[in-house]
Ligand binder design. Structure first.
Ligand code: GUN
Length: 294
């Protein structure tokens, strides 16, 4: 049976290190990192995420502010708020919760955020920097995947990594990060021919497609490390709902060397990496060295 990669415990440990780094920066340099989250509308899942982000930001000793705007907020008003936050020195990180209502141009909003404060790493300039290996702010979920992989496997050099999914939020950035770690990277997607055979070549298999339990046990190479980024709510035979990933966990865990569960795998890493990005952004903005070990 596969080793279970405990993302919940790893994320808790990372948050503790971040908390220590925050108090060190504050006492040595008088800087208290601050994260501002902007939520437009009342999407229930987004409200849950935003609450968690705020709570964990405060627990790490950082300043947390939230701007909750009505669903009918105009694009111009949202852009004006971002402009104010860009110019506010107490704000080191800005996160606009996605998805935005249909009448607002998401890419216009993301690219209006100051590159230095873009703790999601979604700004086109951060995306470009990541792809050419320059210092940038890295998207949180992909960063979390790579931290778990390095913790479990050590050096990733030469590993065959197959990523199923090509989204801008996970698939593409995780492929860039794994290239930087000297993996041989294949990005597979819905049009890939013989997807099971492609997956069977993977030493590292990252599933980020949003299709419940797509990746079956016999798609997994024996001993491979499986990272499941999916969070899908499905209905059970008893009419209840249950969270499952993009991997058939029962089948894959009989073949894999290690696997992340859902929930409790990649999920908790995302907010931990957001806090980490906020500390990194604050340090860079103030010319303070980023503490080791976060
Ligand atoms: N909505 C779902 N995931 C994310 C994320 O990582 N960042 C933002 N801003 N919104 C999201």
């Amino acid at each position: 049976m596969a080793t279970v990669i405990d993302g919940k415990a790893f994320a808790a440990g990372l948050r503790e290190k971040i908390g220590k780094a925050v108090s060190e920066i504050q006492s040595n340099h008088g800087v208290k990192p601050g994260l501002t989250v902007v939520l437009v509308g009342e999407d229930p899942a987004s409200q849950v995420y935003v609450r968690s982000k705020g709570k964990q930001t405060v627990e790490a000793g950082m300043e947390s502010t939230e701007h909750k705007l009505p669903a009918d907020t105009s694009e111009a008003d949202l852009l004006a708020l971002i402009d104010r936050l860009n110019n506010d020195d107490s704000v080191n990180g800005i996160l606009v919760q996605l998805p935005l209502p249909d009448h607002i141009d998401e890419s216009k909003v993301i690219n209006a955020i100051s590159v230095a404060k873009d703790v999601d790493g979604f700004h086109i300039e951060n995306v470009g920097k990541l792809s050419i290996g320059e210092e940038s702010l890295v998207p949180c979920t992909p960063a979390g995947c790579v931290l778990l992989l390095k913790d479990h496997l050590g050096d990733l050099t030469g590993k065959n990594a197959v990523i199923v999914g090509r989204s801008n939020i996970v698939g593409k950035p995780v492929s860039m990060l794994l290239l930087q770690e000297n993996c041989t990277v294949t990005v597979a997607h819905s049009r890939t021919q013989d997807l099971p055979a492609v997956c069977r070549e993977a030493d590292i298999l990252v599933a980020a497609v949003g299709v419940p339990e797509l990746v079956k046990g016999d798609w997994v190479k024996p001993g491979a490390t499986v990272i499941d980024v999916g969070i899908n709510r499905i209905e059970t035979a008893e009419g209840k709902t249950r969270l499952v990933g993009d991997v058939d966990y029962a089948g894959a865990s009989e073949v894999a060397g290690a696997i992340t569960p859902v929930p409790g795998g990649v999920g908790p890493m995302t907010i931990a990496c957001l806090l980490r990005n906020t500390v990194i952004a604050a340090c860079r903005q103030h010319g303070v060295p980023v503490p080791d070990g976060i």
